[in-house]
Write a protein that binds this ligand. Sequence first.
Ligand SMILES: [Zn+2]
Length: 410
Amino acid sequence: MEKNHPMGLAVLRALILVLAFWALRFAFAQAPAKAVLHLVFVIDGLRPDSITANQTPILSRLGNEGVIFENSHSVFPTVTRVNSASLSTGMQPARHGIMGNQIYIPAVDPVNAFSNDNFLPLLKLGELSDGRIVLTPSIAELTAEIGHRYVAVSSGSTGSALLMAPRAPRGSGAVINGNFYGGSAVGWPETVSNEVLRRFGPQPKLGGARDNFNAAVDWSMTVLREYALPELKPSVAYIWVTEPDHIQHAFGAGAPQSLPSIRNDDRHLGLVLEGLDKLGLRERTNIMVVSDHGFSQTVYGVPWRARHRFRNACQWRDRVPRYCRRQSWRHEPMDSEEHHDCMGAGLQARRTRANTERECRCDSYDSALVGPSKGQCTRWPCAQRGAREWPRRRASGNRDAHAAYHERRL
Ligand SMILES: [Zn+2]
């Protein structure tokens, strides 16, 4: 983004969130007379090698006319919502507090890590923490602070959408996503939601795992072009484009099935540029194109569960409820001896949801306060039954980071 080139068209080869953040600040500080609009397109899961003159002529041209960041990289872990929060705050995960696509926050769910692709547990987190869904101010709030408007328009998950404007439910910034509340409301503030629904109707229903979500992209980009940009008149807009992430999860990076989605994204980018022309804004708009992550092909997985199960068993027990599980229990009824052992050890016998395995469960382990410091490890009876310990659903990311997050939060 250069002062003398307000078009400043930059195709970032992957995520460049810190630069994006500073670029915005720079733009406000240095060139307010020239750039009045800053658009950040986040094309979910787009790999740099997907951008070619044939396949994506608009993106390719933007890159050639602007700036390409050769060595940018997503923040780690390179998953969607961690990077959503980094994009919306300009911060590393340790600062903004979203360390995984699943996060474990006992106040929200004392038993399981929750998936933050759904906005509802994030909303609950906000209710419990005075709106602190993320732990640092977002660009939406910073934009509002200097008297400008911010809007996020998203075809991604409701969770990543809310992370684009985490305090929108409390009046800071606007966010539009067709899947909030099953489509019965499509964002904050309510006036925006109502107006979008009145004009555009609900977003078309999404297909299954092997169908592309192009219709959602079409809907959201239409809302962006025909309503959000001309009428909300933001100074900063984040546009989250859900494809080709979804379709590449089904068929692989660069699969033939993903190409129509990539081309569709490119087409929409061209339509937005035309829209900017009509609004007389094109020469005063900075455009950044980023991705939250790319895709990598893997040929084997690291058996981290096997490696960590015993070494870190006691540590993990601090935060995650644990079970006994034994392979031979599969498809067997829970016998009375097992039941007795469970009960005798102060555990509850329970069946798994699929009813194919038997587990002993200690409810007290659901509390965040049990663990090695309480001497619980030595009492764990799995080994006595020839069974293995098993975290039911592990909070992803780094354990210490989760712990620190939890402590900061509550
Ligand atoms: Zn993603």
